[in-house]
Design a protein. Structure first.
Ligand code: COA
Length: 260
């Protein structure tokens, strides 16, 4: 695959998807969103990839937002379409991805950048990271799920404050508000993501995928998460991974999951 705006590679069962427009602080233009969609669809099909680490190129930014130069002269209808297509092609794809997606936030994560990090299943950050939803300072509101996912993560009051002030929080504050799970140095950021990915990959990835689905059900309108959990729990009993996991435990050996 030939990408112009992102890097995509696989190594030791990890798919590394890196937004690669460092001169524009990795701002998300239409082409980048299309390439990210393609990379995620390819990671979905690639059996070698078990976990995805999503990050930004360079030392300064994860993603500094949607590309403002692209939508500055949009009409209301074009704006509506921008948000709808972005959510469908990228943000919802990431949030509902059947393999864990870890966002490694390596600098500014603003606007669409923070929204992308929030769509990931969890986030870690470097100590130079700064996060915020500055859209109202541009006369718009977050359009890639930010008004929904930020309150889910940090609570309504803090989300309202962040969105209304258009301010940024640093990595330490982001940790306090549960926006990120861990903070480390920029050099240790990807190694930490890899360590967490390694811990996940010791488990049944079939069960991990079912767990993602069940947790996400809590945030979906019209879906009863408890019922979906019962369904997914029941289905687990029919997997080869379940047989392997339980028999390994009972035989006091390490499980070697077939991933089926
Ligand atoms: N869209 C388009 N271009 C962007 C961008 C965005 N969201 N964020 C940064 N860039 C571009 C800048 O225009 C600049 O391009 P240029 O060198 O061709 O002029 C380049 O990236 C570097 O950014 P710059 O502003 O010079 O860096 P800085 O260190 O002075 O400031 C930020 C960093 C993040 C504070 C600042 O770039 C910024 O406020 N970006 C916009 C953030 C935002 O509002 N995002 C939400 C969009 S909905």
């Amino acid at each position: 695959m030939n990408f112009e705006n992102i890097l995509f590679e696989e190594n030791e069962n990890i798919g590394y998807i890196t937004i690669n427009r460092p001169k524009k602080l990795n701002a998300l233009n239409k082409a980048t969103i299309a390439e990210l969609n393609e990379a995620f669809e390819s990671a979905r099909e690639d059996h070698d990839i078990k976990v995805v680490i999503l990050s930004g190129s360079g030392e300064k930014a994860f993603v500094a937002g949607a590309d403002i130069s692209e939508f500055a002269d949009f009409s209301a209808e074009e704006g509506r379409r921008l948000a709808a297509e972005g959510q469908e092609k990228l943000f919802d794809v990431v949030a509902n991805f059947p393999k864990p997606v870890i966002a490694a936030v390596n600098g500014f994560a603003l606007g669409g950048g923070l929204e992308l990090a929030m769509a990931a299943h969890f986030r870690i950050a470097s100590d130079n990271a700064r996060m915020g939803l500055p859209e109202v300072s541009l006369g718009v509101i977050p359009g890639y799920g930010g008004t929904q996912r930020l309150p889910q993560l940090v609570g309504k009051g803090k989300a309202m404050e962040m969105i209304m002030t258009a301010g940024m929080v640093d990595a330490k504050e982001a940790l306090e508000y549960h926006l990120v799970n861990h903070v480390t140095t920029p050099e240790e950021l990807i190694p930490l993501a890899e360590k967490l990915a390694g811990k996940i990959m010791k488990n049944s990835m079939v069960a991990v995928a079912a767990a993602i689905k069940a947790v996400n059900a809590n945030y979906e309108d019209g879906v009863n998460g408890f019922e979906l959990e019962i369904e997914e729990f029941g289905s687990s009993f029919g997997t080869e991974d379940f047989k392997e996991g339980t028999s390994a435990f009972l035989n006091k050996r390490k499980a070697n999951f077939p991933g089926k």
